[in-house]
Design a protein around this ligand. Sequence first.
Ligand SMILES: [Zn+2]
Length: 559
Amino acid sequence: MHDFIIRNALIVDGSGGKPFHADLAVKDGLIAAIGNDAGPARESIEAGGLALMPGIIDNHTHYDAQITWDASASPSPALGVTTAIIGNCGFTIAPCREADRDLILKNLTQVEGMSLEVLKAGTNWGFESVPEYFAMLEQQGVALNIAGFVGHSSVRTYVMGEDAPKRAATAAEVAKMRDIVLAGVKAGAVGFATSTSPNHNGHGGIPMPSRLADEAEMKALVGCLKEAGHGVFMLTKGGQTKMAFLEELAALSGRPVVVAALLHNNTNPRSVFDDLDAISAANARGNRMLGAISCCPLTSDFPMSAPYPMEGILAWKPALGLSGEAFKTKLADPAFRKAVRDEIAKPAIFRIFNGEWDKVYVAHAARPENRKWEQHSVEDIARATGADPLDAMLDLAISEDLETEFSALLLNSDERAVGEMLRHPHSLVSLSDAGAHLTLFNDAGFGLHLLGRWVRELGVLPLETAVKKLTGDPASVFGIQGRGALKAGHAADLMLFDPATVNRGPKVRVKDLPGGGARLITPAVGVQGVWINGTRVADDKGLRKLDRLPGKVLRQFGA
Ligand SMILES: [Zn+2]
């Protein structure tokens, strides 16, 4: 007798094969049978021809801190995500000594978009090492399946303390880091993650520690994966990191290298394709590399007091870490403005903001006399006032004591280009950044966006191909066994949805973080049910109240 059976579903099994109508039976958390005579079950769910696919594997999340206070990693499971990979870009909270907790949380504030107060109020510290962190998650329970990277910046902080964001490591320090990475991967991490991106800064504008690593350190740490015999190396690449060096790392470790964040940039439209071409050439030479791309346009809502899109501009550096009057004085400084203007006039490979002033809008003006600019672009304001756009934006923000809220469409907005990236043989649909940038955007529903926008509305991908990109492909890249496909014996991680309506809903701002901090979330549209290891966690009204947490901390990965 099966536990339950979903009858008359359009099975999209994650392999990329043609969908077919059948029943799917579940017993003891596993798929027991798929077919038209699956046998009797205690409960029967009528799918009425709706589509049933494996749960989405979100390979780029930042739930490392949140998962310690919110076992459901909200909002992801309601959006069809049944497995989340955490620790991307190397931003983990383990390993961490008691004395370094503030240091580690400060590293996260900027990139995660959570205040230090929220992180301090919420984070549960029941661990020091990476294996202890995984053990703690197992003990507290998780609603969805979690796999975690060993994070370079935390490893560096553990070994080098306050010096981690300041200098290159000595050979002795690299040897210590190597031991930690290897022990973490052997204890069940999914790989090793790092960032060399100038967009990644900690509290007060201090660079994330991994950005200070030299090539010898990178080679030593990525090299651990060869010894471990499994694991993926992921990095968010700064413009100075060469593809040839990353291929060298793939060759020396013999492990897949996932290169993020390949976002299309209208002001330098070929650069992502150059990277994807380099990745194709590497694969042709037998070095497995993938380009992590996003199927969502990158937008950002920001006040000038926390201008994330601007912080990746090198000439912005003198303003990083300043606040109050000192910050306003810097923003008003003509020499500062000239340097920023000169830099954004030049093309760059990985820069979030590239001077597209027609795509930066005033979302909310603080003073009544400025309300007329709401929903107008900075370019509109500049044209109307005869000012230069950078001056127009900064002057408006300064006059409102930095309370103006802007909204920018930054990257990945050219759907013809993004469609080409989605069809690239070595691209990996990724970059939801769920759990991070909480006040700026929320792409946790990227999978529903892929199915709604790219499959139904634009017809760029057939349904079965899109489903494979969300399930079978990441399962294969990350060595996640027994998931990512609808097959007898696989885990019953499932999403039941209506292909005619599936989508993510509009952004909503909610104040549900520890201590009342705000974040953006999106609801699911057209999702009828989500099951994790055979337990239904969501229905058409969203996340259910769970009396037990069905997720697993995944600690074994295929080679
Ligand atoms: Zn990230």
